[in-house]
Ligand binder design. Structure first.
Ligand code: C2E
Ligand code: CA
Ligand code: CA
Length: 558
C-alpha cells in the first residue's frame, strides 16, 4: 500500500547534484527567454500570449520552491514589462499600470505554487522517514538497510571484500521482557545499537532488523580487521547496560554475511547469508558464525532429513546399534549403549550427527524416543545379561507420559529394571532442573539406571548434581583424547573421576580409542570405558557375534 506513495515521495525528495541544479536553472532561463520572445512576436504584451511566462514560473516554483517561484515571476514580469511594447505593431509602450498588475499576478502564482511544492516535499520526506525508520527505537529499519546496501554495493569505490553485514540477535530477549515488561525490548535494542556504534569504528550503520535483531553494516580497512570485529562486537553487546535504572545483560548471537569473489554482490543475498549464519550460530550456541556455503548445505541436508523422519519411522528405516561398555578393572563387558542408525532405502546409513540435534528440538522426538524405548526393551529382554542404555532428549525427560510408557513397558517385559539405563546429557538436565530431577527420581524408584551423559560439558552445579538421583556419569570424549600427551588433562580427569565417585556414581569414559588411554583411565580409578578400542556400535546380531568371538559369556540369560 505504502509503496506507490513512497516512490512518489522519492521523486519529490530526490537529491539533486550541482549539474542537475545548473540544468534546471538553464531550462528556466531558456523558457523565460523563449516566452518573452514569443510575446514580442505575437503582437505584444497586451496579447494573452504574455501568460506563456507562467510556464517557467511554475517550473521555478516546482524545482526551487517559494524563492524559485518568486524570483522567476519577478524576472519574467520585469522582462515582459521593460522590453516588450504593449503592441508591437503600433509600438505603444507599457506604463506601470500595465506591467505592475501582471507582476503581482505572476508573483502570486509563483509564491503559491512554490509554497504548495515545499509543503508536498516536506510531506514526502515524512513518508520516507516513516518507511525507513523503526518508530520504537528511532533506528533505521530493514528497508533503509536494503537501500544502503544497494547503494554501497553499486558503488565502484567500495571494496566488497572489506564490507560485511552482521546480524545480532538477543537470544534471551523474550525472558527479559517477561521480567521487566513490554517496551523494554525497544530500549534494550536501542541501547545495544548505540553501544556498538560507540565502541567499534568499523560499524558504519545500525539497523533494527526485527523484534530481537539488529543489523550492522561493517566496513573495515582490511579482511583481518573484519575478522577481529565479530568478537569485539559480541563482547560489547554482551556487556551489562542500564535500562530504566535496571542493569540488563543480553545473550547475543552473531551471524556475518560477506561477499566473496564469486558471490553476487546483492543486498538481498548479503542479508540472506547473514541470516543463515545467525541461524547456525543460534542453533550451535556459538557466539558468532561467518557465512560459508558449507553451513547452508548442512542446514539444507538437516531440513530434508527432518522432513523425512516421520515417514522413515513408519517405514521402519531406523534401527538401533549397540556399543559395548567395558569394565576397566577386569576387561569384561558391563553394558551396551543403544545408538540410533537410519538405514536409507539406498542402503546408506545416516549417523545421528546429521539430524539428532535438530530432531531433539521438534515434537517428532516423542515418537522417535518411543521407538527407541520399544526396540531397546525388546533387545534387553532377548536374553542379554548386561544392562542396555538408551539416550533421551531434554524434551523426553519433561514428558511424564513417555516416562510412564518406559516404566510400564519395562515392567511388562519382565526384564529386571536394573538391566536398563537412561542417558541424559548434562546440558539437557539443565533445561528444567526441577522437573528433570523429579522425573529421574521416578526412574530410580522404578529401579532403572540414570546416567549423566557428556559429563563436564554442561553447566550443572555440584549442588544440583548432588541432589540428582543419578547412578553413573559418562565423561565426554574431549577429556579422553588428550590423556596420553597432556599431564594437565590427566590431572583434570583424575578430578572428574573423584567428583563422580564423591557424588556416589560410577564413572564411564567414552570415546576410548587406544590401549594407552584405557590404561591411564584404569589407573585414575575410572570404572568403565566405551569406545572404538573395543568396538563401535553394531547391529544386535553382530554385537552378539563379537561377544561370542571374544569369549564373553554375557550373551544370553537362558
Ligand atoms: P553420545 O550419546 O555421546 O554417543 C557417543 C557417540 O560417540 C556415538 O556417536 C558413538 O558412535 C561415538 N563413539 C563411540 N566410541 C567412539 C570412539 O572411540 N571414538 C569416536 N570418535 N567416537 C566414538 P553416534 O552414534 O553418532 O551418536 C552421536 C550422538 O547422537 C550421541 O552421542 C547421542 O547424543 C545422540 N544419539 C544417538 N542415538 C540416539 C538416540 O537414540 N536418541 C537420542 N535422543 N540421541 C541419540
Ligand atoms: Ca550417550
Ligand atoms: Ca556422550
Amino acid at each position: 500500500m505504502l509503496r506507490p506513495l513512497y516512490l512518489t515521495a522519492k521523486l519529490f525528495t530526490h537529491q539533486r547534484s550541482w549539474a542537475c541544479h545548473a540544468l534546471y536553472l538553464a531550462t528556466i532561463a531558456a523558457l523565460l527567454a523563449v516566452s518573452v520572445v514569443l510575446v514580442f512576436y505575437t503582437s505584444g504584451a497586451h496579447s494573452p500570449s504574455s501568460y506563456a511566462v507562467v510556464l517557467p514560473v511554475l517550473l521555478g516554483a516546482a524545482w526551487f520552491g517559494v524563492p524559485g517561484g518568486f524570483l522567476t515571476a519577478l524576472l519574467g514580469a520585469l522582462l515582459l514589462g521593460l522590453y516588450v511594447p504593449l503592441d508591437t505593431v503600433s509600438v505603444e509602450q507599457q506604463g506601470p499600470g500595465h506591467w505592475m498588475p501582471r507582476l503581482v499576478i505572476f508573483v502570486f502564482i509563483g509564491v503559491i505554487t512554490g509554497a504548495l511544492h515545499d509543503r508536498l516535499r516536506r510531506q514526502a520526506q515524512a513518508v520516507i522517514h516513516a518507511e525507513r525508520v523503526d518508530p520504537m527505537t528511532g533506528l533505521p529499519n530493514l528497508f533503509a538497510l536494503r537501500a544502503e546496501l544497494d547503494s554501497l554495493l553499486g558503488h565502484r569505490s567500495v571494496d566488497e571484500s572489506r564490507m560485511a553485514l552482521m546480524l545480532l540477535r538477543a537470544t534471551d530477549l523474550a525472558e527479559i521482557i517477561d521480567v521487566i515488561g513490554l517496551g523494554a525490548d525497544d530500549k534494550i535494542m536501542h541501547e545495544v545499537a548505540q553501544q556498538l556504534l560507540r565502541v567499534c569504528p568499523e560499524v558504519t550503520g545500525a539497523y533494527r532488523f526485527g523484534g530481537s535483531e539488529l543489523a550492522f553494516v561493517i566496513r573495515a580497512r582490511d579482511a583481518q580487521t573484519l575478522q577481529r570485529v565479530a568478537p569485539t562486537l559480541h563482547h560489547a553487546a554482551a556487556a551489562t547496560s542500564e535500562v530504566d535504572g535496571m542493569p540488563i545483560r543480553i545473550e547475543p548471537a552473531i551471524g556475518i554475511g560477506h561477499v566473496d569473489i564469486d558471490g553476487e554482490p546483492w543486498a538481498d543475498e548479503l542479508i540472506r547469508r547473514a541470516r543463515v549464519a545467525l541461524r547456525y550460530a543460534t542453533a550451535m550456541e556459538r557466539e558468532w558464525v561467518a557465512y560459508e556455503p558449507m553451513i547452508e548445505t548442512n542446514q539444507m541436508g538437516t531440513m530434508e532429513l527432518i522432513a523425512g523422519v516421520e515417514q522413515a519411522l513408519q517405514a521402519g528405516e531406523f534401527e538401533l546399534h549397540y556399543q559395548p561398555k567395558m569394565r576397566l578393572g577386569d576387561g569384561q563387558p558391563a553394558g551396551a549403549e543403544a545408538l540410533a542408525r537410519w538405514r536409507q532405502p539406498s542402503g546408506e546409513i545416516v549417523l545421528p550427527l546429521a539430524y539428532m540435534a535438530k530432531l531433539e528440538q521438534t515434537s517428532l522426538i516423542d515418537e522417535f524416543s518411543r521407538f527407541v524405548i520399544r526396540t531397546a526393551i525388546d533387545y534387553a529382554g532377548s536374553g542379554l545379561l548386561i544392562p542396555v542404555s538408551i539416550n533421551l532428549a531434554a524434551r523426553n525427560v519433561g514428558d511424564e507420559g513417555l516416562i510412564d510408557t518406559l516404566i510400564d513397558s519395562l515392567q511388562a517385559s519382565g526384564t529386571p529394571a536394573a538391566h536398563f539405563e537412561v542417558e541424559v546429557t548434562e546440558s539437557a538436565l539443565m533445561r528444567d532442573p526441577e522437573t528433570t530431577a523429579r522425573i529421574l527420581g521416578r526412574l530410580r524408584e522404578a529401579g532403572i539406571g540414570v546416567c549423566i551423559d557428556d559429563f563436564g560439558t554442561g553447566f550443572a552445579s555440584f549442588g544440583y548434581l548432588r541432589r540428582l538421583p543419578a547412578t553413573n556419569v559418562k565423561i565426554d570424549r574431549e577429556f579422553i583424547s588428550p590423556l596420553e600427551t597432556d599431564a594437565k588433562a590427566r590431572r583434570l580427569m583424575q578430578s572428574i573421576v573423584d567428583i563422580g565417585h564423591a557424588l556416589g556414581m560410577t564413572v564411564t569414559a567414552e570415546g576410548v580409542e587406544t590401549e594407552g588411554q584405557a590404561r591411564i583411565l584404569a589407573d585414575l580409578g575410572c570404572d568403565y570405558g566405551q569406545g572404538f578400542l573395543w568396538s563401535a556400535a553394531q547391529p544386535a546380531d553382530d554385537l552378539q557375534a563379537w561377544l561370542d568371538a571374544n569369549g564373553f559369556a554375557v550373551g544370553h540369560r537362558s
